[in-house]
Design a protein around this ligand. Structure first.
Ligand SMILES: Cc1cc2nc3c(=O)[nH]c(=O)nc-3n(C[C@H](O)[C@H](O)[C@H](O)COP(=O)(O)OP(=O)(O)OC[C@H]3O[C@@H](n4cnc5c(N)ncnc54)[C@H](O)[C@@H]3O)c2cc1C
Length: 413
């Protein structure tokens, strides 16, 4: 930590950057709950200050203070980083970071002649969906949680439209040298940008969809092939249960042509539900269940992920090993699940060096989540999750460390 004079000078700098009403310091009453508000309670964080800039110029002034007084600065949009990265990152020993919250940057504007929308980084996905839909029945690909925004944005429409990232035309940013700049998406990715003020996205027409749920029979889905990009699927393993669900974007007739249900020889063939309202599809069944487990309320949780490509498919022996491990190992909790999410399609049609997302070869992600609403994750549970991960890595050593950056292993921070 610096000396008292430099700490006072840093405070003065932040106060003059955003005004006294828009900055909170560590010594404020109820600082953790009212200002820091960490999402993963398993990862304690204490930023030196929290700022609430109201304009790009104020963001630039905060960045300038950070550079001048040797702060690590970190921004926050939805605040759902698994490791609370929106609050703190890579603390050096000398200083604690400050953080800026973009809640004042929730603007939305649609240019209906081009269908390019301009959005602020503080807008949540849920509000973005509603705004887009109301502006000419438009939509874009993104993840399932309505209160987040940034990072890759894998979700139900990614196989047909790509990642949320792939919709970005241009970003307005404040650079580390505190200048305000605009970048086309390619140069923005290369440029090590610090924080976005406005994001310009192209959008797609929202459409009707048919949703199918079924169990067992993964052939032709979690393996390379010519499965329609309009079909998205998740396999979720809970304690004692496996659910395979999918969404087909198109008409019921087109869905029937895929003949998927014949591929699932099961006594419980599941249901097909046809939805014709776009916003209704966005909050559909399984995603809601997942969000209830790893939802919006801050809690103690741990997650990790592994990506599998057409060249690193999970061998049958490892699947047997996984099932055996789940049967025999004490998880220390019932509140865990594994999700295998099908990717590929339009995501992988973008070349690997075009954006910062470096997993364009991933066919499906294996993600494990565990939650404890009552307190820190126990060692038994860490061991269970790490053992699950270990079974796969042992079978496919080349997959080790190949995790989704939106779902990093978040315990060691
Ligand atoms: C319940 C839940 C469901 C999820 N589902 C999905 C899913 O379906 N698909 C998917 O892809 N991911 C999913 N994720 C992962 C999610 O994408 C990441 O956790 C993401 O980081 C959350 O974005 P945020 O805006 O809430 O993050 P924040 O915590 O606000 O920020 C995340 C990171 O981005 C940086 N950042 C934030 N704002 C800015 C800015 N304006 N400029 C520059 N950097 C910035 C932060 O400093 C931090 O490092 C899910 C997460 C949760 C908790």
């Amino acid at each position: 930590m610096g000396n008292t004079t430099s700490i006072a000078a840093r405070r003065d700098c932040l106060v003059s950057a955003v005004g006294p009403a828009h900055v909170t310091f560590q010594d404020a009453l109820l600082y953790q709950t009212t200002a820091v508000d960490p999402y993963n309670l398993n990862v304690p964080v204490t930023p030196a200050a929290v700022t609430y800039p109201q304009s790009a110029e104020e963001i630039a002034a905060v960045v300038k203070c950070a550079a001048e007084y040797d702060y690590n600065a970190q921004d926050r949009s939805g605040g759902h980083s698994f490791s609370n990265y929106g609050m703190t990152l890579a603390l050096d020993e000398k200083t604690a970071p400050s953080r800026s919250i973009w809640s004042s940057f929730s603007q939305f504007y649609m240019d209906e002649s081009t269908f390019v929308a301009s959005i602020g980084p503080g807008i949540t996905l849920g509000n973005l969906d509603t705004e887009l839909y109301n502006a000419g029945s438009r939509a874009m690909a993104h993840g399932i949680c309505p209160t987040i925004l940034t990072v890759g944005g894998l979700g139900p429409t990614a196989r047909q439209w790509g990642l949320a990232l792939d919709h970005i035309e241009e970003v307005e940013v404040v650079l580390a040298n505190s200048s305000i700049d605009r970048h086309g998406v390619q140069s923005a990715h290369a440029g090590g940008t610090w924080s976005g003020r406005s994001i310009f996205i192209h959008v797609q027409p929202g459409d009707s969809c048919a949703e199918g749920e079924a169990c067992q029979g993964l052939e032709g889905i979690y393996s390379p092939g010519d499965l329609s990009w309009n079909f998205y699927s998740n396999l979720v393993v809970f304690d004692g249960q496996i659910i395979l669900e999918g969404i087909f974007f198109g008409s019921k007739e087109e869905y029937d042509e895929l003949d998927l249900e014949k591929k699932f020889p099961t006594s419980e063939p599941g249901t097909v539900l046809v939805r014709t309202d776009w916003l209704g599809m966005i909050g559909h069944g399984l995603e809601e269940t997942i969000l209830k487990v790893v939802g919006d309320t801050p809690t103690w949780f741990y997650a990790t992920s592994l990506g599998f490509t057409p060249d690193t498919l999970i061998p049958d022996s490892a699947i047997d090993g996984l099932v055996d491990y789940i049967h025999k190992t004490n998880a220390g909790t019932l509140a865990w699940f594994v999700a295998l999410s099908l990717e590929d399609g339009a995501i992988n049609a973008v070349s690997e060096d075009a954006t910062a997302y470096s997993h364009r070869d991933v066919l499906f992600w294996f993600q494990v989540f565990v939650v404890n609403p009552l307190g820190p994750i126990s060692q038994t549970t860490y061991d269970f999750i790490n053992g699950l991960y270990g079974v796969l890595v042992q079978a496919l050593p080349e997959s080790a460390g190949h995790g989704y950056l939106g779902c990093p292993a978040c315990v060691l921070v």
